[in-house]
Ligand binder design. Structure first.
Ligand code: B12
Length: 228
């Protein structure tokens, strides 16, 4: 790696810590001019700053307001990089032939960085993703799943208080007789495999790359069961 590239990564890290959107966007342009891979810039530059901020927050060294600044910049940077890499789909009629995944952060929860990363990984792997954003009610999730005729519904929950929405979704889908139509996946820091099993979700994953593997595995399993 050249000294210029190392400098860009370091400045990217600092731009998140300082919550400096303008600087972050400039760094992105410079990185492109230097021929750097934007995904590397995200993981090794901006991502490092994000991790540092999360650790500082967890240790009680910074306030929610400071975290919010940094998170806003991280979100903006993530969206922009995915847009530049052509990984951003907007909800709308979907093309045929691909596996369709509906993603949403559940009602009462505004954490969407992890879900956005999962969406990008799935798109990168060839899935068609409809991302409903955050604070989405179970009714809206079910309605959109039917509307877009999706194969998989994935929900993200980061708060202990919002986890129950994932359970509520399972029940709601059963109540309206549509549970068997979909594969359901759950994620977010407080989720576990045990939680997924407890509420009757089909899959759980701890990271975005595992989410891709899990989604493929579950689709394969459903096909096999269907053809038995
Ligand atoms: C960033 C952050 C924020 C940002 C969110 C910005 C945004 N746009 O998302 C802001 C500042 C807005 C925020 C607000 C709040 N936050 Co906050 N926040 C965090 C923090 C530091 C990091 C979360 C994050 O982005 N992680 C990085 C991503 C990449 O990881 P991830 O989300 O886990 O996603 C990965 C996996 O879980 C998985 N995954 C995620 N979703 C899905 C979905 C599927 C289907 C699958 C398969 C996989 C999957 O793949 C992802 C990529 O690998 C965490 C602490 C922490 N260390 O986790 C607290 C944390 C989640 N927040 C917390 C709290 C309490 C709050 C507030 C209530 C604070 C307040 N007092 O106002 C508010 C919530 C308001 C609300 N109604 O939602 C608590 C939750 C405690 C609890 N157990 O309930 C935490 C744990 C902090 C703490 N230690 O107290 N927060």
């Amino acid at each position: 790696m050249s000294a210029e590239q190392a400098d860009i990564l370091e400045r990217a890290r600092l731009s998140i810590i300082e919550g400096d959107d303008e600087e972050a966007l400039q760094i992105m342009d410079q990185a492109s001019e230097e021929g750097m891979d934007l995904m590397d810039l995200l993981m090794e530059g901006f991502g490092k700053g994000n991790q540092e901020i999360m650790d500082r927050f967890d240790r009680g060294e910074i306030t929610v307001a400071e975290l919010l600044y940094a998170s806003d910049t991280m979100k903006e940077v993530t969206d922009e990089i995915f847009k530049r890499l052509g990984l951003n789909d907007t909800p709308g009629p979907v093309a045929t032939g691909k596996i369709r995944v509906l993603l949403a952060t559940v009602s009462g929860d505004i954490h969407d960085i992890g879900k956005t990363i999962v969406a990008a990984f799935l798109r990168n792997a060839g899935f068609e993703v409809i991302d409903l954003g955050c604070e989405v009610s179970v009714e809206a999730i079910a309605l959109a799943a039917r509307e877009f005729n999706v194969d998989i519904i994935g929900t993200s929950a980061l708060l202990t208080a919002s986890l129950k929405e994932q359970k509520k979704l399972e029940k709601y889908l059963r109540d309206i007789g549509e549970r068997d139509r979909y594969i359901t996946m759950v994620g977010g820091a407080p989720c576990t495999q045990r939680w997924a099993e407890k509420i009757g979700a089909d899959g759980y994953s701890e990271t975005a790359s595992e989410a891709v593997e899990k989604a493929l595995e579950l689709i394969q399993r459903k096909k096999q069961n269907g053809s038995e």
